[in-house]
Ligand binder design. Structure first.
Ligand SMILES: CC(C)(COP(=O)(O)OP(=O)(O)OC[C@H]1O[C@@H](n2cnc3c(N)ncnc32)[C@H](O)[C@@H]1OP(=O)(O)O)[C@@H](O)C(=O)NCCC(=O)NCCS
Length: 351
């Protein structure tokens, strides 16, 4: 992998990169792309390097790809900003992390204290590349980046400090496929949109229950927690039909990555209740938490009038350790308590 100056030989490849659908979706490269766009870019780049002002852009070159893509840094007093894109033929080959490490290392050598990147919220390939280089991805800034044809877009700001190791600083909690007794746990898909059904009492769920209208945002929030190392989220699916039946997750309420304590949470869509699905799904999740992820302290909570949830927890070996009185106002009047549960260490040791 080398970073080198752009040349006239790169013009066609720059145009292919600039007009590709992902570049249009996720970058601010002009669209429609002007006929002389690449030649103008080359001229501007040469001038920017000569005067050391504006974006300082390199071509990315490997043995297999004479032009794999472009990366630039924009020097600024407080932080230097990265921009990057791969040629479509060079994607999916893990080329960008090394290019980012080279450009960031060069920037630190020139005096940058922080290198930053601003990623359109939802550009997962870009977020993961930054994560793999040790960047901290901060909570989304609403409406921070210009939209193409619509409203401004939310953005993930990411930063890397001078001297920080350029390797991940926390886990990205991938949800593996697990299966037992006709129930599968698998990652959520964009098309798992729940049907509209009458739901259970609102106070049974601490987390929002997704609807067709809220599902996309609900899923984005969950994927952000997964990427930040704060949760593992599975879709509970019918192992035969793959239909989404609900969710089970392991999470922390702290704003940091999962420590040694993890909370179990779950819900089934109404049509999937009453046939033992969650007993199996939660057991798969707890076994994975203990045996594969090494968690030793598992907790859970549920409303005191949620008998089905309490039964699931009891069957898994959880024991009730506390009760907060009058937490939930019931629709018909009166209140319900919140029950707190833990899986005793003896139970985790025997799994
Ligand atoms: C962003 C870009 C540089 C990433 O490079 P790439 O080689 O295409 O990246 P990949 O498709 O291999 O994805 C990178 C990683 O993200 C993961 N990923 C991709 N899509 C994902 C998704 N929807 N959810 C979770 N992870 C995802 C990949 O599995 C891969 O992980 P791995 O490295 O552990 O295998 C490239 O896609 C690109 O040029 N896109 C268009 C321009 C752009 O978006 N520039 C960045 C603007 S901020």
């Amino acid at each position: 992998m080398r970073l080198r100056a752009l040349t006239d030989d790169d013009l066609d490849a720059i145009t292919a990169l600039a007009t590709d659908g992902d570049s249009v979706r996720w970058t601010t490269i002009p669209h429609p792309y002007p006929p002389d766009g690449s030649r103008e870019r080359l001229a501007a780049t040469r001038e920017q390097w000569r005067t050391r002002s504006g974006p300082l852009c390199w071509a990315i070159e490997t043995d297999d790809h004479p032009f794999a893509g472009m990366i630039d840094v924009r020097p600024a007093p407080a932080r230097w900003e990265l921009g990057y894109a791969l040629h479509p033929a060079a994607r999916g080959q893990r080329l960008m992390p090394d290019a980012i490490r080279l450009a960031s290392g060069w920037s630190f050598g020139q005096g940058a204290q922080t290198v930053s990147a601003y990623v359109v919220r939802g550009n997962w390939a870009s977020r993961r590349v930054l994560w793999s280089c040790g960047f901290t991805v901060h909570p989304a800034l609403p409406g921070w980046l210009p939209g193409r044809d619509g409203p401004p877009q939310d953005c993930w700001p990411a930063t890397l400090a001078a001297g920080a190791p350029m390797t991940p600083t926390h886990r990205w909690m991938i949800a593996p496929r697990l299966e037992a007794d006709g129930v599968a746990l698998r990652p959520w898909r964009d098309d798992d949109v729940p049907r509209e059904e009458p739901d259970h009492p609102a106070h049974f769920m601490a987390a929002p229950v997704p609807t067709a209208a809220t599902f996309a945002d609900w899923l984005l929030d969950r994927r952000e927690a997964v990427a930040a190392g704060r949760a593992v989220h599975w879709c509970v699916a019918d192992a035969r039909t793959d239909e989404a039946l609900g969710e089970v997750g392991l999470f922390t309420r702290a704003p940091s990555e999962l420590g040694d304590e993890v909370e179990l949470g779950y819900q089934l869509f109404p049509n999937a209740r009453g046939r033992g699905v969650m007993g199996t799904a939660a057991r798969l999740a707890v076994d994975h938490a203990v045996s594969d992820l090494g968690f030793r302290r598992l907790t859970a909570s549920c409303a005191s009038d949620n008998a089905a949830s309490a039964a699931v927890l009891r069957r898994l070996g959880f024991r009730e350790w506390g009760r907060e009185a009058g937490v939930h106002d019931l629709p018909g009047g009166g209140t319900a308590d919140e029950l707190h549960w833990e899986l005793p260490r003896a139970a985790t040791g025997s799994r």
